[in-house]
Write a protein that binds this ligand. Structure first.
Ligand SMILES: Cc1ncc(COP(=O)(O)O)c(C=O)c1O
Length: 400
């Protein structure tokens, strides 16, 4: 990975000041370009929402807003409040995720959010009771745990036993019960297969599967239409830098073909993208505090660990890494360094699980250099264990 010039300049400025360097740098230009590009290439009816769980920082919400994202996919009241503070109207919010509380659902109904995605029969009844009490109706999508999974995906959201949605094979029992709840206005389906998918065909297979379900539902329940279909997120990014970037043009082309094949023109299709939009707009940059050999393998200890950047350890995947050389004089003769070898990177936490990179080949690194992890704009600080060991939070700096 090349360190972009604006990232390097800022890091050198920060390093010149006193204190240990440990910072997320954000430049949301890539995210803005991607949102605009997707709007250009996707078939009519496709609406792109930003899944803000990827990065809830105000700069990312502002980027989504200014670049014209259709809205925000939220999964909590806290996310809803941040999205509204960023300028989105409640009618631009779609609400997914298991375990929505009474207060959260009440907020959604009262504020008139666009759709609530039902994850279980209990949730449908809870929402119906709230709507009835308020004298309101609410547009809903039913989330389905399809009997389909993408094996190679980093995280799967359907197939097997899952906490997401209702099992596909129970649809015949559950859907009529939901349709009978007269304060819920059934608009269609939500089927999200997996996150971090690089193979376009795998995601298109999921689209085709949902289209088939919609067709069956419409044939089985006269008068019921799935006019909105949500494919979830899942567009991947090439963490291993193997040249396998997700190809949005191929996806758009394949989806367009499916829409035509199924006669689904005129319907609405949601994409809730997190990683693909946000990942390459952020870098986690952390100072190397120590390097030591332990039984033949170098251990590189950085200022921040999984308390600030948990994703590589949680998903056992290395992010692109570059070392910014700072030419800091050694503290003593013989201080250890890394020279053309595969090493471990970790942070200051008292657990062996504190790994930032496993067996990463590095040309050269010394104490005082800065490890710069790329593709850290998505699922960086927001999915980290910030309270563990009570270290100071990393700074978050938005580059202009
Ligand atoms: C319901 C839902 N939508 C969208 C996303 C975003 O997924 P991705 O970052 O893979 O695009 C997630 C991620 O967990 C999710 O749970």
């Amino acid at each position: 990975m090349n360190i972009p010039a604006n990232v390097e300049i800022t890091l050198r400025e920060l390093a010149a000041a006193d204190g240990t360097l440990n910072v997320y740098l954000y430049d949301t230009a890539p995210m803005r370009e991607k949102i605009a590009h997707l709007a250009d290439i996707m078939p009519a009816g496709v609406e792109v929402f930003y899944a803000m769980k990827a990065n809830p920082h105000a700069a990312f919400l502002a980027a989504a807003f200014e670049a014209g994202a259709k809205g925000i996919e939220i999964a909590s009241l806290g996310e809803a409040e941040k999205a509204v503070a960023a300028g989105f109207s409640p009618s631009q919010l779609i609400y997914t995720g298991p375990g929505k509380s009474e207060e959260e659902l009440r907020w959604g109904v009262a504020r008139g959010i666009r759709t609530i995605h039902i994850e279980s029969l209990t949730e449908a009844h809870r929402l119906h009771a709230i709507c009835t009490k308020m004298g309101k109706t609410q547009d809903v999508l039913l989330r389905i745990n399809a009997d389909f999974d993408i094996h190679e995906a980093q995280t799967t959201f359907s197939g097997g036993s899952k906490k997401f949605g209702v099992d596909e094979e129970k649809l015949g029992n559950i859907l009529p019960q939901i349709l009978a709840l007269d304060s819920l206005h059934f608009r269609g389906l939500h089927v999200y297969a997996a996150s971090g998918v690089l193979n376009v065909d795998d995601l298109l297979k999921n689209c085709e599967l949902v289209f088939g379900m919609a067709r069956t539902i419409e044939a089985t329940y006269p008068g019921v239409q799935c006019d909105t279909i949500d494919f979830g997120g899942g567009f991947g990014v090439d963490y291993l830098e193997e040249g396998h970037d997700f190809n949005p043009e191929a996806y758009a082309h394949g989806l367009s073909r499916l829409i035509e094949e199924y006669g689904f023109a005129g319907r609405t299709f949601f994409l809730e993208l997190g990683r693909y939009l946000a990942a390459d707009s952020g870098w986690f940059c952390t100072e190397i505090l120590d390097i030591k050999d332990s039984r033949g393998k170098k251990q590189v200890i950085c200022a921040g660990g999984i308390n600030h950047f948990r994703r590589p350890a949680a998903l056992a995947i290395n992010h692109p890494l570059s070392i910014l050389r700072m030419e800091v004089p050694p503290l003593f003769a013989g201080q250890e360094a890394v020279r053309r070898e595969a090493v471990y990177f970790g942070g200051p936490l008292c657990t062996g699980a504190d790994k930032l990179a496993n067996n990463e080949f590095v040309d050269a690194a010394d104490v005082g250099d800065i490890a710069v992890f790329g593709l850290a704009g998505a699922y960086g600080l927001s999915m980290s264990n910030v309270e563990f060991l009570s270290h100071e939070r990393p700074q978050e700096i938005v580059l202009v």
